[in-house]
Ligand binder design. Structure first.
Ligand code: SF4
Ligand code: SF4
Length: 278
């Protein structure tokens, strides 16, 4: 497929931007185990295509992170990328194409940056004006030798530092995010929390995720809304105790099967809700 044909395919799939990078360039970000996982999936990995899908649906009140309110992005992005994979499979019947969204060993953000998509945010995110950092990333891994123009790596953001200053736990430093202190991770953590973590969650407005370092970013001051219906219709903005009452793990997963906040089951959500009521 030509670059122009791929461009049309990504646009038809709803991607706001896309690019490709030779797999070898991602090796510095892959552990030995991750490389082996990639190579088990794709015996001779050659190319990683990365695409960005906008999800901002307005600043609606709620207690879930903005990314978690629409249909589960893993499903949406993979489904949309699969339409491109189908075209590629027809064109290259000898090759394999593996779509993924936040569930593969590939370093998606680095792949996007190296592909020249958007800007490298100091908050560790990809920023894609006019959508800001409210974009989901997805990748297509392949052994096909696609011929794409060489991309310049994405430039950095303006580096204003607002994200680091606003981070409520000091998790965000110049070297990236200390995951163990990040509230987005802590809201999803199962099991016991330390006293300090409990205090941090209690004073945090969300019961799932943390949008703080995105909300303060100047590129997110007036983000363009998502054109993708999965991310602006049927939204769940807020969960209350009553929404979870009487649900077992199984019935919870059935009720919220298509939501990104459901993968940990109801326990972390119940705990986080209870902390707000104490
Ligand atoms: S998501 Fe929240 S806790 Fe995590 S780095 Fe950003 S501001 Fe800090
Ligand atoms: S808040 Fe400032 S430093 Fe942080 S990602 Fe946005 S532009 Fe970059």
């Amino acid at each position: 497929m030509t670059h122009a044909e791929l461009d049309r395919a990504f646009t038809a799939a709803g991607a706001a931007a896309w690019g490709g990078v030779v797999y070898e360039r991602l090796l510095p970000w892959l552990s030995t185990a991750a490389r082996s996982d990639v190579e088990n999936l794709c015996r001779r990995p050659r190319m990683v295509l990365t695409a960005a899908f906008p999800y901002y649906a307005g600043d609606r009140p709620g207690n879930l992170s903005l990314y978690a309110r629409g249909e589960d992005y893993h499903r949406v992005v993979t489904r949309r990328l699969d339409t491109i994979c189908d075209l590629l499979r027809k064109e290259y019947p000898e090759e394999s194409f593996f779509p993924a969204a936040d569930n593969s060993p590939l370093p998606e953000r680095q792949a996007a940056w190296l592909s020249g998509i958007g800007l490298r945010g100091e908050n560790g995110l990809l920023i894609l004006p006019p959508y800001g950092s409210y974009v989901f990333l997805g990748t297509i891994l392949t052994g096909a030798a696609l011929e794409l123009p060489t991309a310049q790596p994405a430039p950095p953001c303006i580096g204003c530092g607002a994200c680091r200053r606003a981070c409520p736990t000091g998790a965000l430093g110049r070297d990236g995010v200390a995951v163990e202190r990040c509230l987005s991770e802590l809201t999803q953590k199962k099991g016991e929390l330390t006293c300090a973590q409990t205090d941090q969650l209690r004073s945090h407005p969300l019961i799932w995720g943390c949008d703080t370092c995105q909300r303060v970013c100047p590129y997110n001051a007036a983000p363009a809304p998502s054109p993708l219906p999965e991310f602006f219709t049927g939204l769940v903005d807020r969960l209350e105790g009553a929404d979870l009452e009487g649900l077992t793990n199984r019935t919870f997963r059935e009720k919220y099967a298509d939501r990104a906040f459901a993968w940990r089951g109801p326990a972390p959500l119940r705990r986080n809700l209870a902390l707000k009521e104490e």
